[in-house]
Design a protein around this ligand. Sequence first.
Ligand code: RP5
Length: 159
Amino acid sequence: MKAAIIMGSKSDYPVVEKAEDILKEFGVDYELRVLSAHRTPRQAEEFARTAEDRGVEVIIAAAGKAAHLAGVIAGNTPVPVIGIPMKTSDLGGMDSLLSVVQMPKGIPVATVAIGGAENAALLAVQILSVKYPELRTAFKAYKDKMEADILAIDAEMNA
Ligand code: RP5
């Protein structure tokens, strides 16, 4: 099983790293790239056009501001793309959110919350789990643990 994470700038990495950690936790192999739809458009397109042949089965794309990366990637590959809109200093990430989520029909990008790197990786795991039953099992265990952790906190607070 193989995923790819691509970000528009190294400045995105502190957030993107949270997605990377989750893919590692689930044992998903991944590529990690820094390519920009604007600053390195040819390389970003090449990355997308060749992703399927490299065995990539889902792509997480993080970008901020006029965040066209996820959409450009999605336009150049049949592989499903999950977009992470990055928080920005000027507009708080609303700029990124609208750029990532408002895709024209025919080219979907599954957009998570502003800075939602963890959910992007969890969604990638869920997409892969359609093909890999061990990931479905691991994802169920992840949810069960989350439930148990919260119930333990609830019991402690209510004691
Ligand atoms: C986007 O512009 C990047 O994804 C990043 O979120 C934002 C700012 O990039 P830097 O100026 O920090 O390189 O392309």
